[in-house]
Ligand binder design. Sequence first.
Ligand code: IPE
Ligand code: IPE
Ligand code: MG
Length: 245
Amino acid sequence: MSEPIPAVSQGDTNPIPRHIAIVMDGNGRWAHERGLPRTEGHRAGARRVKEIARTCMDIGVSYLTIYAFSKENWKRPRAEINTIMKLTDFFYRREFRELRNEGVYFVHLGDRRGLPRSVEKVLDSIERDNTEKRNLVLSIAFNYSGRSEIVRAARLVAEEAARGAVRLQDITEEYVGRHLYTSDIPDVDLFIRTGGEMRLSNFLLWQIAYAEIWVTDTLWPDFTGEVLKRAIDDFGKRERRFGGV
Ligand code: IPE
Ligand code: IPE
Ligand code: MG
């Protein structure tokens, strides 16, 4: 008898999402509204992460994934990119160390290749400083592309198949999922986008298969723990059917 087709992993039906993913959009518009350069919007945005991570821990969310820099964002002006790259160091020295002491475990999602050496060093430092405590797993998508992530997984799986390490019938959804950056992280339950755009922008394409989507016009630097709680309240009222009735 042939093997059953594996079910799509079904996330969590708890009213509190286990995994929240956020497209942190709107930094540029936030700055523009104030007559400031876009870079100031990114600075204000970086300072918001701490409160949101803490709110997740207060509420009992176990995984928070934030989109900080996409592979497509390399199209932006040099000065803007430089500011974003430098903000990784600010995040590490000022924000991450505090969060780590509160039990936040950091994961990087994305391609290290192509990042400046200074950013690679920051990523190394953060990974080295991680402790065993995992009140919240905070994944930061940086130099990330959902399609690239899937291509990378396909290559890893193909390489295993080519050397006979896996049989074709054993390449299941679960097996492919283990070759993504998020191998130890469950699927997304709640997908939030700030800044009002109704699009995915190449974020976590595989992992959001059955995520609930929540979009707010609030710009990321204005996104507070209270707004997050509203999103979670709305999530709790949704009926997730996962294709059933
Ligand atoms: C999101 O804010 C941050 C990054 C993409 C790095 P934007 O910079 O895209 O802000 P808007 O969309 O121009 O307002
Ligand atoms: C998505 O925002 C990427 C991040 C938040 C890091 P963008 O501003 O880059 O997305 P588009 O260009 O509006 O689709
Ligand atoms: Mg944007």
